[in-house]
Design a protein around this ligand. Sequence first.
Ligand code: CO
Length: 238
Amino acid sequence: MSEALDQLLANNRRWAAATEAREPGFFTRLARQQSPRYMWIGCADSRVPANEITGLDPGEVFVHRNVANLVVHSDLNALSTIQFAVEHLKVRHIMVVGHYGCAGVRAAMRGVRVGLADNWLRHVQDVRLRHRRRLDHLDAEAQEDVLCEMNVIEQVGNVALSTVLQDAWARGQQVAVHGWVYGLRDGLLKDLHVTMDDPETVVERFAAALKRYPRGEPAAGPAGEPDGADTAFGPGAL
Ligand code: CO
């Protein structure tokens, strides 16, 4: 095996020994059962590791990651993970966590072709198109930062609209969905204040979060976007 991988295995043995020494029985306890209170839906980016950032140990956060932290209504991978987290583990909080400087968001913003992922990133481009009046008047860097945030807000909405959350809330289960964004430059998480914990207020929370991003002047003439174009939320079921 390569030297680099040997190093990882050596690191692992050291970590396991140190963890067990610090907290005897740690692994046997965890092996019996996991009961995390949190679920993290984040970007696959190697710089955004859920446990380290939040100071959580193994067993404390259930994690799903993909490129650009998307929750797509037909993605059985994400939906199955959310279902397991909500119905079996009974997590109390789901955090959708984006990050500034996200290569997926940047590619979607700039229309850069990266390959197969272009199809996946169309979902981010859809977010951009939907909210273009809140984005187009900003400079390029600000547009990317704001799109990272808006993408999180949209994904929080997607989690909230999923059958898993709708059913959980209908049963009276307490589970909240939050939107956060992580700064690669300072290591800090920012709450986007778009927490959804009740089906009655989902639309309201979504609209309130978006209102924090002012629109530019409407385009002149009949080509101008109708007001409210970007607040048409969800399939109309709510
Ligand atoms: Co990313």
